[in-house]
Design a protein around this ligand. Structure first.
Ligand code: PBG
Length: 339
């Protein structure tokens, strides 16, 4: 609640409460905890983890190692892990049918995580881009148009497949119209009423997704852009309409994406709807912060902490961040970042 008491110098000195650490901690309006973090993780075939050139410090986890990584995240206090597969080129196709294979990488990773870290939440993305030979999130017709309703039908099968594999939460990131309600119905009909939907409701056609596309192997294959389904960065009224529709269709929580350049959207969504609202600090934001730290331009731990705290201040309930385990460790040794 904003206090409109204006204060007047010299009786009022705003520096007084900033003078000591104990006092700054006492009046802090926002706090960050590991409970606020969602960790997006890439998975790959084979026995070894693989580095991702454009995301220094992030690896694709092998199925052999993903369970242990999830257990470590759980022990750090992270509530939810989000999975993204690197699909081998020979398993990609025009129609992305591998998305609905109960033995695919994501489904097997869900199984590994559930057995190694039974109490961490597991979220699976719904969209076809990791599985299509053209790198688009949906089905494409002869004219190169992305088909809406035909895509939604496949997304329903993908969601059911992932729910069968044991995920707790489905996160549609495809931006097709009407997919939340259709997926909700499909899950309910199959008996998955308890599976949550976190909708990428306000997802923008952004240049900041570049490193992610490397990580899932879709950058090289992507033809064209995603502007006919992802939002125009110029718009914010439209973001509110997207969120309103997804909530009406049954979304339990919503994501604004990317994060830091879109804090105004996070703030408007939280104020207008008051629902669980999450921000995605995307791959390009990660890469920028790491590159700046590596060049000595800024202190990495302090910049990570500040960037994540800013999402909370803007109104986010939590943040999807590739820094999640690192941030949880920073928070554990709070001495490194004195408030
Ligand atoms: C695609 C998807 C993307 C991201 C998450 N899901 C990329 C895209 O839309 O092209 C980006 C995440 C990131 O950049 O960290 N369904």
């Amino acid at each position: 609640m904003t206090q409109l008491f204006p204060g007047r110098f010299p009786a009022t000195r705003l520096r007084r409460t900033r003078a000591e650490s104990w006092s700054r901690r006492l009046v802090a309006e926002t706090a960050l905890s590991p409970n606020d973090l969602i960790w997006p993780v890439f998975v790959t075939h084979g026995d070894e983890n693989e580095p991702i050139a454009s995301m220094p410090g992030v690896e694709r986890y092998s199925l052999k190692n993903i369970g242990r990584a999830a257990k470590e995240a759980y022990d750090l206090g992270i509530p939810l892990i989000a999975l993204f597969p690197y699909t081998e080129p020979d398993k990609r196709s025009d129609d992305g049918r591998e998305a609905c294979n109960i033995d695919n990488l994501v489904c097997r990773a869900i199984g590994e995580i559930r057995s190694h870290a039974p109490d961490i939440g597991v979220m699976a993305d719904v969209a076809l881009d990791p599985y299509t030979s053209h790198g688009q999130d949906g089905l494409v017709d002869d004219m190169g148009r992305i088909l809406n309703d035909e895509t939604v039908a496949v997304l329903c099968r993908q969601a059911i497949t992932q729910a069968r594999a044991g995920c707790h939460m489905i996160a549609p990131s495809d931006m097709m119209d009407g997919r939340i309600g259709t997926i909700r119905n499909a899950l309910d009909e199959e008996g998955f009423q308890a599976v949550q939907i976190m909708s990428y409701a306000a997802k923008y056609a952004s240049a900041f997704y570049g490193p992610f596309r490397d990580a899932v192997g879709s950058r090289g294959v992507l033809k064209g852009d995603k502007k006919t389904y992802q939002m125009d960065p110029a718009n914010s009224e439209e973001a509110l309409r997207e969120v309103a529709m997804d909530l009406a269709e049954g979304a339990d929580s919503v994501i604004v994406k990317p994060g830091m350049p879109y804090l105004d959207i996070v703030s408007r969504v939280k104020q207008q709807f008051g629902v669980p609202t999450f921000a995605y600090q995307v791959s390009g934001e990660y890469a920028m912060l790491v590159a700046a730290a590596q060049s000595g331009a800024l202190d990495q731990d302090a910049a990570i902490f500040e960037s994540l705290l800013a999402f909370k201040r803007a109104g986010a309930d939590g943040i999807l961040s590739y820094f999640a385990p690192k941030a949880a460790r920073i928070l554990m040794q709070h001495d490194t970042i004195k408030p």
